[in-house]
Ligand binder design. Structure first.
Ligand code: AKB
Length: 316
């Protein structure tokens, strides 16, 4: 069957690059980008775009009919830091949007769904190092609670209604095309921009705060790979742990200094420190590697070279 894909939240950090990649693979008219706002020029020029409010079932349903959509990637969400400022809004957006797409699949109107979860499903009582696929999960942020609840609903819709929903627990995602918004791991993107623009950065996390991270190209590969995998290879219908690297602000600064020698960093923690402290330092993703062949390509060295080269060309 020919794919007809809808991406909700296409103008965000991951949505932008996912849309571009899926259009490259499937052709631009098979991938409909949607969001409540316009995205960057590259995205807007690359193919069809529709305004969709992810919380409005009817607006999604109309677009599903209009383009005979059979796959949805739901990338709209309020992330950890913004979620702590607007807890009720975060809960509403993250849960309503998920139910809208799960119900479209339950009604047989779409065949497959991708929904991102996050390392935020883990909490202060979770083992911090090499966090297992199945372990204690007591998230302490609204974002984390919404993602953990979402995972339970995904599994429930799969078991009860046969909905083919697939999910990954993204670590912090690092990229240069579109900015992240409202996350705790955002420092690891901002730092590259500031290194090139002003040669210094003030980190809102302490220098030793280690978190799981991933370069965007790996995140996009994983997302497309899990969606293309044969259904019987997807053994986890809540969400898969996914990992590539872990580092602290101090370790990242040292890596940047190798390429931008004048770069300096200072540390002044804010409310995001306690969120980071509640998350794992490293993740065991052996289930994803075993079940559907996940393998990362980028480490901190290769990623830093790519980030600084690409941003250098962008700012020239
Ligand atoms: C955040 O920091 O909130 C996100 C995430 C880890 O899901 N980047």
């Amino acid at each position: 069957m020919k794919k007809s894909i809808l991406i909700i939240g296409a103008c965000g950090q991951i949505g932008t690059e996912l849309t571009l990649k899926l259009r490259e693979i499937n052709g631009k008219n098979s991938v409909i980008a949607s969001d409540i706002r316009e995205g960057n020029k590259e995205l807007m020029k690359s193919g069809p775009f529709e305004f969709i409010n992810a919380m409005d079932y009817n607006s999604i349903s109309n677009i599903v009919d209009k383009y005979a959509i059979n796959e949805i990637y739901l990338m709209a969400a309020m992330l950890s830091a913004t979620g702590e400022k607007f807890p009720e809004k975060a809960w509403e957006l993250n849960m309503d949007s998920l139910f809208n797409v799960l119900n479209l699949a339950k009604e047989g109107r779409v065949k497959k769904i991708f929904w991102p979860s996050s390392i935020a499903v883990f909490g202060p009582t979770t083992p911090k190092e090499n966090t297992p696929q199945e372990t204690i999960m007591e998230p302490s942020t609204v974002y984390g609670i919404s993602k953990q609840t979402g995972e339970r609903w995904c599994e429930y819709y799969f078991n009860k209604y046969g909905v083919d929903v697939r999910s990954i627990r993204y670590p912090g995602i690092i990229s240069w095309k579109a900015n992240p918004g409202g996350g705790t791991t955002d420092y690891a993107v901002e730092i590259y921009h500031k290194a090139l623009l002003i040669g210094k950065y003030k980190s809102f996390l302490k220098k030793e705060t280690k978190l799981p991270m991933m370069y965007m190209d790996d995140a996009i590969d994983a997302t497309i790979q899990i969606m293309d995998a044969e259904p019987e290879t997807i053994k986890v219908r809540s969400s898969y742990n996914l990992s590539a690297m872990s580092f602290s602000p101090e370790e990242l600064a040292l890596e940047i200094k190798k390429i931008v020698p004048e770069f300096t960093i200072k540390y002044k923690e804010d409310f995001r420190q306690s969120i980071a402290d509640s998350w794992p330092k490293s993740i065991d993703d052996s289930s994803a590697r075993k079940d559907w062949g996940w393998n990362h390509k980028y480490d901190i060295v290769k990623m830093s070279e790519k980030m600084l080269n690409n941003l250098h060309s962008k700012y020239k």
